[in-house]
Design a protein around this ligand. Structure first.
Ligand code: NAP
Length: 246
């Protein structure tokens, strides 16, 4: 694979598994220096990247903890001198119909999925503003655009991420920083493992492309948005859903 991201430092949150891991591996394969962050060390992701000849390190970062996020971003900048890409991927679900939803499940999802994006982006973007360059990609969801019964907390958090993305695209465009979101549909990860076979079949029936997505499908879209071919693209929501939402 072409090493188009050589000498560029990329932070990926929630890089221990699923989409975050695939994104980290994809950017690592293209030569980026990966800082793989998660609530626990992501040794397997780092090992996969280095085994493929790439450069990666692991750092513990709980995106829901504002002070931790600021300290980790500072440490990354102190160590490398620049931060070129940030992929805000960490996210959780606590699904329940609204009438049964516990307030703590509402707050927790907003804290991780929306506050978490703010907590990491603010310190990283200050560095990118000084550099006058940077790429930020936020992993939202199609349900932030179309809603989903049983996911009011999650959908609200992802709709918030989309609004945040569009506002930052306007704030940071003059400083050479692009900010985009990706809206995945149903991607095969631990997050969607809870579906039984009948639910899975019903889902696939509704997809124009009749298969669930893979983490690699999302990783390719991220690689495009942080790459040179996307230098004039900012504020978009790139739908990677196999036609679930058109
Ligand atoms: P996943 O397999 O559950 O992986 C999420 C990763 O984020 C895990 O490694 C998890 O760590 C980590 N994480 C959880 N809380 C965190 C925190 N406070 N700070 C830092 N990291 C944390 O999920 P996924 O399917 O890859 O989803 C990744 C992103 O894509 C999420 O934002 C999700 O909302 C979005 N998305 C997924 C789908 C889908 O169908 N899978 C669809 C649309 C959007 P632990 O292992 O410790 O939990």
């Amino acid at each position: 694979m072409e090493k188009m991201f050589e000498n560029q430092v990329a932070i990926v949150t929630g890089a221990g598994r699923g989409i975050g891991r695939a994104v980290a591996e994809r950017l690592g394969a293209s030569g980026a220096t990966l800082v793989c962050t998660d609530v626990i060390a992501c040794d397997e992701t780092v090992a996969a990247i280095t085994a493929a000849g790439g450069s990666a390190e692991s750092m513990v970062l709980d995106v829901g903890d504002c002070e931790n996020a600021a300290a980790v971003v500072k440490e990354i900048h102190d160590r490398h001198g620049h931060i070129d890409m940030l992929v805000n991927n960490a996210g959780i679900t606590r699904d329940q119909l609204l009438i049964r939803m516990k307030a703590e499940d509402w707050r927790r999802v907003l804290q991780i999925n929306l506050d978490g994006v703010f907590n990491v982006t603010q310190p990283a973007s200050k560095i990118m503003m000084r550099q006058r360059s940077g790429r930020i990609v936020n992993i939202a969801s199609v349900v932030g655009l179309m809603g989903n019964a049983g996911q009011a907390n999650y959908s609200a958090s992802k709709a918030g991420v989309i609004g945040f993305t569009k506002s930052l695209a306007r704030e940071f465009g003059p400083r050479g920083i692009t900010v985009n979101a990706i809206a995945p549909g149903f991607i095969q990860t631990a997050m969607t493992d809870k579906l039984n076979d009948a639910q899975r079949e019903a889902l696939v029936e509704n997809l124009a492309i009749r298969r669930l997505g893979t983490p690699e499908d999302v990783a390719e879209a991220v690689a495009f948005l942080v790459g040179p071919g996307a230098s004039y693209i900012t504020g978009v929501v790139l739908n990677v859903s196999g036609g679930l939402y058109i």
